[in-house]
Design a protein around this ligand. Structure first.
Ligand code: FMN
Length: 334
C-alpha cells in the first residue's frame, strides 16, 4: 500500500458505507442529508472533463465542496487522458478527499465516445490513462468501474485490478455488472471479492446493496474495504444510519416517521432552491419524492410534479399532515 491508498483505507475503516456518485442526485444537498444519517464518505456526481477545464457553471457547482461537506471525492469522466489529467488538476484545487475517475458509466452518450465504461474496451489504455492522472495530481486517485464490458466469461476486472494498483491508483470501486448489462440482471459481488483478493489497495463493492443487512453481507462475503450505495439511498437515505447501527451491533434505529420523511424533503427543497434558484430547485427536488415512502409518494407525486414554486410544494407538503391524519384514522377504524 502507498500512503495514498492508506488514506483511502483509513477513510473506509472509519466509514465503510459510501454514498454513490449519481448524476442529478448526489449533489451537495443530498450529500448533506446522507451524511447526517452516517454516510461520512461521499462522491460527487460525475463531472465532464471538458466542462471542468472550461470552468463551466455546472462543473463549478458540482465541484464546490463546503467545509461541512467533507470528506467528499470529486468524480470526473472523459475519453481523453490529457483532458482527464487537466480536469484532475482543476478538481484537486477544491481539496477533495480524492479524485475518482469514472470508468463505469454504461450510458451510450458517455461510453460510445470512449468515456466511462468505454475505457473497459481497451484496458491497456485505461491503465495508461490512470497512471497519467495519478502522476498529475498530489491527491489520491481512485477508479470506479465495472467487472468488464461484457459478455466475457472471465471478467477482466480480476486481471485489471492489479494493473491499476501498479499504476498508482489508490482504490477501486467495482459495480459488479458488465457495462452491457446496464442496470439489468443481478450484481455479482464475487467479482469484487476476487479483485480485492489480488490487490492490497482498498476495493469498494457496489451494486444492488439495498438494506443494512446487505451492507453487512457484502462486506462479509467479499472482504472488501467498503460498500457503495446508490439507488437504495434515493429511496431510503436512512439506510446509512441503519447500516451503521448493524455494523456497530447496536439495536436498529426506529424507521423514519412520515413527519421525518416530509422534513427531509423540505430540507432538500430549501437547499436546492438556495443553490439553483426557485424554478430549477423545485424541479430537481422532485427526484427525491421516493424518500417520502410509498404511501405519501403515491399520494403526493402528481401534485408535487405540478407545483412550480416553493410555496406550492410547501402547501402540498402541509396537506400531507391532513392526509396522514385521515389515513391514521382509517387504520384505527379497521
Ligand atoms: C440516477 C443515477 C445516476 C448515476 N450517476 C452516476 C455518476 O454520475 N457516476 C457514477 O460513477 N455512477 C453513477 N451511477 C451509478 C451508481 O453510482 C451505481 O454504480 C449504480 O447505481 C449501482 O449501484 P446501486 O445498485 O447501489 O444503485 C448512477 C446511477 C443512478 C441510478
Amino acid at each position: 500500500m502507498t500512503s495514498r491508498s492508506t488514506t483511502i483505507a483509513s477513510l473506509l475503516a472509519s466509514s465503510p458505507v459510501v454514498l454513490a456518485p449519481m448524476e442529478d442526485v448526489s449533489d451537495a444537498a443530498f450529500r448533506r442529508v446522507c451524511r447526517g444519517f452516517g454516510a461520512e464518505l461521499c462522491v460527487t456526481e460525475f463531472i465532464r472533463a471538458e466542462q471542468m477545464i472550461a470552468g463551466a457553471q455546472i462543473a463549478r457547482r458540482k465541484a464546490t465542496l463546503a467545509e461541512d461537506d467533507r470528506p467528499t471525492a470529486i468524480q470526473i469522466y472523459g475519453a481523453d487522458a490529457d483532458l482527464l489529467m487537466e480536469a484532475a488538476e482543476v478538481a484537486a484545487a477544491a481539496r477533495p478527499a480524492f479524485i475518482d475517475i469514472n470508468c463505469g458509466c454504461w450510458l451510450p452518450r458517455v461510453a460510445r465516445g470512449g468515456a466511462g465504461a468505454g475505457w473497459l474496451r481497451d484496458p491497456a489504455a485505461m491503465v495508461a490513462m490512470a497512471r497519467r492522472v495519478v502522476d498529475a495530481v498530489d491527491v489520491p486517485v481512485t477508479v470506479k468501474t465495472r467487472i468488464g464490458w461484457g459478455p466475457e466469461s472471465e471478467m477482466p476486472i480480476v486481471e485489471l485490478a492489479p494493473r491499476l494498483e501498479d499504476a498508482g491508483v489508490a482504490g477501486l470501486t467495482i459495480h459488479c455488472r458488465t457495462a452491457q448489462a446496464g442496470h439489468t440482471g443481478d450484481a455479482d459481488w464475487r467479482w469484487a471479492q476476487r479483485a480485492q483478493a489480488v490487490v492490497s489497495i482498498p476495493v469498494v463493492v457496489n451494486g444492488d446493496v439495498g438494506s443494512a443487512a446487505d451492507v453487512v453481507r457484502a462486506l462479509a462475503e467479499t472482504g472488501c474495504a467498503g460498500v457503495m450505495i446508490g439507488r437504495a439511498a434515493i429511496q431510503h437515505p436512512w439506510i446509512f444510519r441503519e447500516a451503521r447501527a448493524l455494523l456497530d451491533r447496536r439495536p436498529p434505529p426506529p424507521p423514519p416517521t412520515d413527519a421525518e420523511r416530509v422534513a427531509v424533503y423540505r430540507a432538500l427543497l430549501a437547499a436546492n432552491v438556495a443553490a439553483r434558484g426557485e424554478k430549477h430547485g423545485v424541479e430537481v427536488t422532485r427526484r427525491h419524492v421516493p424518500l417520502l415512502g410509498p404511501m405519501l409518494a403515491t399520494a403526493l407525486r402528481s401534485q408535487i410534479h405540478l407545483s412550480r414554486t416553493c410555496s406550492q410544494v410547501e402547501q402540498v407538503l402541509d396537506g400531507s399532515a391532513q392526509l396522514l391524519g385521515h389515513s391514521r384514522t382509517g387504520v384505527q377504524a379497521k
